[in-house]
Design a protein around this ligand. Structure first.
Ligand code: ADP
Ligand code: ZN
Length: 524
């Protein structure tokens, strides 16, 4: 699945993955990164949690020389410096919280021209020594976090922020300012106090209201994709698949259904890939069935739909991929399929990856966010935008707004399932656990003596497909996790403990419960 074209070591996308460990830009980040890399003055307004720091950290690595970051929050600066150092980036801070040794190390790194990012507290700007130091250090960019602190009318005013404009002028370097405060007056004040000429302003909500959102549990996934495409015949669309082989077989099936369709993946030679890109750009109504290698650099405004035949890797990747639809602002449709096998596959991919433990934890978190969206119980857009820091009303343009899901209290079933997992010592996968719960006699149940367990047959009243959906939703809620080292045996997670103890309840969706997963989802 490492299906992406080769790029140079200072390419922003390469650094995004190799240094920061992210598989996709968040909404808004890429445009800002490009502008800052190009040396333009920038004022960017992004909601809290939207990912502002990447927008100056990444350009700092692409550009020559030192980037100075001015931030009022010492604890936050120290966190960022630590994270950057762990990622192998030469970064340091000069704050009142430093030990003498730390300060000496930072100064040494500056003298040797090694430092890429220097965080300083605004108080430091009051001293002329700081300005001299920044000059000597070959400063090429100033980044200002919490830029609204320059506004005298705001509640966070920091007098020292008024010195930043002067510093920019004496150093003669571009400046990138970031804030989450978006009101027009504050914006205008930031612009006049920090810049001589109007900066390039980035102020987007993350929402793409013309893109309809929908998810479905896999239930004959090929048929689901074919029927989605059949309802949109003659429109340009993309189907994303988890494997190269599947792109070829699905493209064939679409052609047999009378569509104009072709496949695209990183294993094809460059000429063939360029040909598909050219056709997609020029022809009306072509469907490209592709791995994630397709899309970068595709600039087609009228892609009318995007379908995911397999679950993407993270919520960021999902957003980026569906975001290729409807750039012209006209209505566009999306459908994402997911199943228990996808969840198992994605977890395994993270566990078996080469990333350090801390990063794996974060990757599981981003996958959880996507699973939370897949199993959402209210408006999907609200759930999606809340993840990126934006609060909105129900959208009216997603499957859950259109037909709200039927919920039920699943506490009893979930407790039965958890107890079956524990009684079988967390050593078995969904199929066997359902055999135990429904009291289905097999070689394996007899061999392990599971027919003698107290949980044997306690879930007989619930049909098998329903159990499958309950297990999938439990995985989606991260109550249980497949263990890659034990062939997908399910383990219970900490958040599940209060449920087992009877201290918490669980609500699940009935609609997605009714369906079966018939085929394996993603296989390499
Ligand atoms: P802000 O300063 O806008 O409040 P941060 O820069 O602290 O937000 O980022 C918020 C969180 O989002 C951090 O945990 C960061 O690691 C994560 N993040 C930022 N960009 C991405 C991305 N492209 N993909 C995944 N996670 C990201
Ligand atoms: Zn909605």
């Amino acid at each position: 699945m490492c299906d992406s074209p080769t790029m140079t070591a200072t390419d922003p996308r390469t650094l995004l993955a190799s240094v920061f460990g992210f598989d996709a830009f968040r909404p808004g980040q890429e445009e800002i990164v490009e502008a800052v890399c190009a040396g333009r003055d920038v004022l960017a307004i992004m909601p809290t949690g939207g990912g502002k720091s990447l927008c100056f950290q990444l350009p700092a690595l692409v550009r020559d020389g030192l980037t100075v970051v001015i931030s009022p929050l010492i604890a936050l600066m120290r966190d960022q410096v630590r994270a950057l150092q762990e990622a192998g980036v030469s970064a340091g801070a000069l704050t009142s919280g430093n030990t003498e040794e730390e300060t000496a190390q930072v100064r040494q790194a500056i003298t040797e021209g090694r430092l890429k990012l220097l965080y300083i507290a605004p108080e430091r700007l009051a001293s002329t020594a700081t300005e001299r130091m920044l000059r000597r250090a070959d400063t090429r960019l100033i980044a200002v976090d919490e830029a609204h602190c320059v506004s005298q009318w705001g509640h966070d005013f920091r007098p020292d922020y008024l010195r930043i404009g002067e510093l920019r002028r004496t150093l003669g370097v571009p400046l990138a300012a970031f804030t989450a405060t978006a009101d027009a007056e504050t914006r205008a004040e930031i612009a006049t106090r920090l810049f001589d000429a109007p900066p390039q302003v980035f102020l987007h909500g993350f929402d793409r209201p013309n893109i309809a959102l929908s998810f479905q549990p896999k239930d004959g996934p090929r048929r689901q994709v074919l029927s989605f495409a059949a309802a949109r015949k003659g429109q340009s669309g993309i189907v994303y698949c988890g494997t190269r082989a599947k792109t070829e077989s699905l493209a064939r099936a679409l052609r047999e259904d009378g569509h104009s369709a072709c496949h695209y993946h990183g294993g094809m030679d460059a000429g063939d890939r360029r040909e598909v890109e050219r056709r997609f750009q020029q022809e009306d109504g072509l469907i490209v069935v592709a791995t994630v290698a397709f899309g970068m650099g595709i600039d087609k405004p009228d892609i009318r739909w995007v379908a995911h035949a397999d679950l993407p890797k993270s919520i960021e990747a999902y957003y980026q991929e569906i975001g290729r639809a409807g750039r012209d602002g006209a209505p566009a449709d999306t459908l994402t399929l997911f199943g228990a096998d996808d969840i198992r596959y994605r977890r395994q991919q993270i566990d078996e990856g080469l990333a350090p433990a801390g990063m794996k934890g974060a990757d599981h978190g981003r996958l959880n966010a996507l699973l939370g969206l897949a199993e959402a119980q209210k408006c999907r857009r609200q759930t999606l935008l809340a993840y990126f820091g934006e609060n909105t009303a129900p959208c009216g343009n997603c499957d859950l707004c259109e037909s709200p899901p039927d919920l039920f209290d699943a506490t009893t079933e979930v407790r039965m399932a958890l107890s079956a997992i524990l009684r079988t010592e967390e050593r078995f996968g969904t199929g066997h656990l359902i055999d135990v719960l429904t009291g289905t006699d097999t070689d394996k149940t007899r061999r392990f003596g599971h027919d003698a367990l107290p949980t044997w047959g306690v879930g007989r009243g619930t049909a098998r497909p329903r159990w499958q959906a309950i297990f999938r939703q439990m995985m989606g809620l991260d109550l249980v996790r497949p263990d890659a080292e034990r062939h997908g045996a399910l383990r219970m997670t900490d958040p599940a403990r209060p449920i087992l103890r009877g201290e918490a309840s669980v609500t699940l969706r009935r609609d997605s419960v009714a369906r079966t997963e018939r085929r394996p989802a993603v296989k390499q």
